[in-house]
Design a protein. Structure first.
Length: 200
């Protein structure tokens, strides 16, 4: 019953998106219409995410990504971040494949393409002052995901992202979530934060 309802809901949401797209092609649209379209794309992406392992909806994971990508094209920072984060994961996957038993030159190319596209979305998102986008780019510099490793630059970006959010009281939780909750990294964060304060 639940699956039938979700499929009906998907059909209904897709019809609404099609209607808004036709309207956008023929007439000027308001900010409210764009916000509505973004909301629909996000809702569709969320439903596809829930159906990732449903054989009756093949390619649900890809369809979710494309739904978020459509919302990202309408300059929604949350969607831009989701797309950037998922493409970053694809890049990391292909990086691991390069060094696996099945590694080949094509994997390097796939990783480069995924990282390159991820940074396009994350940079667009960062311009809209979305702290998580800055943090993920910082992690990319720290770990060398699609860029040359630059630990100090990466730490500075992580510090900036926490400053943007004003969440220094949640530092331990944030560092645990990004898997950098170590005494050495804490010390690096403190040092970068102090350097930032001196520059202000």
């Amino acid at each position: 019953m639940k699956k039938c309802w979700r499929r009906w809901r998907l059909k209904s949401l897709n019809k609404k998106v099609e209607s808004l797209l036709r309207q956008r092609q023929n007439n000027p649209v308001s900010d409210a219409d764009i916000a509505k379209e973004i909301q629909l794309h996000m809702a569709i992406g969320h439903i596809y995410d829930q159906h990732r392992f449903d054989k009756k909806i093949p390619y649900a994971e890809r369809l979710a990504l494309e739904s978020y990508r459509a919302a990202a094209a309408l300059e929604n920072p949350q969607a831009q971040y989701i797309v950037g984060e998922r493409l970053m994961e694809f890049g990391k996957f292909w990086d691991r494949m390069q060094t696996s038993l099945y590694g080949c030159q094509a994997h390097k190319k796939y990783a480069e393409q995924a990282y390159q596209e991820a940074f396009v979305y994350l940079e667009a998102c960062d311009k809209q002052q979305y702290p998580k986008a800055k943090r993920l780019q910082g992690l990319a510099w720290i770990n060398g995901w699609g860029v040359e490793k630059d630990f100090d630059k990466g730490v500075a970006w992580v510090v900036d992202s926490i400053e943007m959010e004003g969440k220094w009281d949640q530092l331990t939780d944030i560092l645990t979530k990004i898997e950098l909750n170590t005494p050495d990294f804490f010390a690096s964060i403190r040092k970068a934060r102090e350097a930032r304060r001196h520059m202000e």
